[in-house]
Design a protein around this ligand. Structure first.
Ligand SMILES: C[S@@+](CC[C@H](N)C(=O)[O-])C[C@H]1O[C@@H](n2cnc3c(N)ncnc32)[C@H](O)[C@@H]1O
Length: 295
């Protein structure tokens, strides 16, 4: 066994059954899939569980086993996965979120670090809550760095679509780096208030962001300069055939949330979608890609 663990985070938002019932189902799925430990966070209308696995198998192996164990249970959604180097049991203290430089220009800070931001960087304030997107996850960093690269190369980002906005971090970055309007959506209605609070924390003009609950690209039309989608492989594959439809002729898309083992699969699908690869970026086992619309 290696000196690290894998984790997979599962989220259930369900008002129909009790938190105890949800937890029981998750515990039994974790057991069935061969996990070595779990960590539960009770949310106002759901439960989040981190399920830990041994590293003597690949993460994709455990993901498959957990998905099998959850097959009867469509409310449960995989939210996140990755590697944990040391004892995973988390500390929910203020020290757990020191300011973090991302890319060449941005620093992500919790609100209690306001006033300590480096002078020469763009601060992005995020209150670590139950929505995904504190900035600490590599998949978010991949998306933000690809965004910087897109801008450095002269790419447009005046009108932006952020699918799976979570904490709103990518929307805030877009506005702070020059976007005039952002449409931000998430399938999880529970994150919308948190995203709104984070926008406010950053002084973002509410009129410049349309924040909504929505599944992938359903109900979205338009010609956006830039699409952000930091989700997982399966929803990204599902939305890919419709991405061209929502981009301007010279628009671009930044896809993140996939592991390096999923790269080939996604690039194959991307090559059939009418978009061309511009940049790729890997952080730890997380991989993302910026792609350009093609005439
Ligand atoms: C990995 S988080 C990304 C959060 C943030 N954008 C970031 O980059 O840190 C993925 C987000 O996508 C949302 N999501 C998952 N499936 C979705 C879907 N089918 N449609 C829209 N949002 C979805 C989740 O609720 C979650 O908030």
């Amino acid at each position: 066994m290696g000196s690290y663990w894998w984790y997979i985070t599962v989220l259930v938002r369900d008002d129909l059954v009790t938190a105890e019932e949800n937890e029981e189902m998750l515990y039994s799925a974790a057991d069935l899939s061969g996990s070595i430990g779990t960590e539960v966070q009770e949310l106002p209308n759901g439960v989040r569980m981190r399920v830990y696995y041994r590293s003597d198998e690949e993460l994709t192996y455990w993901r498959g086993r957990l998905l099998d164990a959850l097959a009867e249970w469509p409310e449960a959604r995989l939210e996140d996965m990755g590697k944990i180097e040391s004892q995973p049991w988390s500390r929910q203290s203020e020290n757990a979120f020191p300011p973090l430089d991302v890319g060449g220009r941005m620093t992500v800070l919790a609100p209690w670090h306001k006033g300590t931001e480096p002078k020469d960087r763009i601060p992005i304030y995020i209150n670590p809550g139950s929505a995904f997107g504190t900035g600490y996850h590599e998949s978010t960093q991949v998306a933000l760095e690809l965004f910087e690269r897109h801008l450095e190369a002269g790419g447009r980002a005046k009108s932006v679509l952020d699918v799976g906005t979570g904490s709103g971090i990518l929307t805030i970055a877009a506005i702070k780096l020059g976007a005039r309007s952002v449409r931000s959506r998430d399938a999880d209605p529970a994150v919308i208030d948190e995203a709104r609070a984070n926008l406010q924390l950053n002084g973002v003009d509410p009129a410049s962001v349309e924040l909504e609950t929505g599944d992938l690209l359903s109900g979205v039309d338009g010609a956006f300069d830039l699409l952000f989608a930091n989700i997982l492989l399966d929803p990204l594959l599902e939305m890919l055939p419709n991405v061209k439809r929502v981009l301007s002729p010279d628009g671009a898309a930044i896809f993140s949330g996939m592991t390096i083992w999923e790269r080939e699969h996604f690039l194959q699908a991307l090559s059939e979608s009418g978009l061309a690869v511009r940049y790729e970026l890997t952080k730890e086992e997380w991989w993302g890609v910026a792609a350009q619309n093609q005439a």
